[in-house]
Each structure stands twice: as structure tokens, then as C-alpha cells.
Design a protein around this ligand. Sequence first.
Ligand SMILES: [Ca+2]
Ligand SMILES: [Ca+2]
Length: 154
Amino acid sequence: MWCLCLFLVIAELSLVSAQNCPRYWFRNNEESYCYRYFSGLQTWQKAQDICETYGANLASIKDESENDFVFKLQGYGCNNGIWIGLSDIVTEGTFKWFDGNALVYENWHVDEPDNNGDQDCVEIDGSRGVDYSKWNDAVCTDTKPFVCKWFLPL
Ligand SMILES: [Ca+2]
Ligand SMILES: [Ca+2]
């Protein structure tokens, strides 16, 4: 199922994305970033480490448009939970983007974040029906797909 989803999204985005991003990375309109979805399940820290091997970070999100773009990179109809670059690892209850961007937009599920069982890492949690693209704090050692975001020098 994942392979099919990924194929479909690549086919679709390749028609509309700018050509400046490397292969398998996709640009969100005129934003100066490229994004890539990784379907392999990783812990939050390992996912960040993998992003860094590309000179990227787990995705930060500044508005609803970017949130939808990041979530849909896994393919339309796919609703996996995916790690993004937000955590309250340093100070419980204070969420920060790993890439240093300011937290100017939040999109939590109802009653989240709840730190239930020491949850410090944030996913876009697609498992809750109509609220498919909203966020949940999850246990950092859970393994999930993830999205990296890479600054595209213009
Ligand atoms: Ca927490
Ligand atoms: Ca939670």
C-alpha cells in the first residue's frame, strides 16, 4: 500500500513542483524549501539523524498550507502518523522546532498534547477520522515514517 501511495504522489507532484529540488524532494509552491517523505519507520531522533545526512531537518511547519503539504507527501489516501520536527524534549510543555524556526502555528488534536506516558515528540496523526492532519505528542522511541525539510538556496 505504501509503495502504491508513494508512486502516486511522485507521479502527481512531479507535474507541478519546481525543478529546483533534487530527485525525490518536492517544493511547496514558491517556498524556499524542499521536502521528502521517508516511509521507513524510525524513532524521532533517528529520523532527525537521517534528515541531517541530507543537510535537512525534520520538517517544521508554519501554517495550514504547509501542514497539508507535508501530510499529503505520503500519498493521498494514506493516513499514517508521520514525525515532524517539533518536540518538548528540552523542557516539558515547551514545544520547539528542531530547525530553530519559531512556533507560530499549532494544529493539535483535541486534548493534545497530553504527555501521556512521557510523550515529547510530535507526529501528524492521521488516525483520527476527520481530524486527519492534526498533531499528537507521541513517545519519541515509537517508530514512524517522517518528512525532512531542506532549505533551497535561491
Ligand atoms: Ca512532553
Ligand atoms: Ca499525546
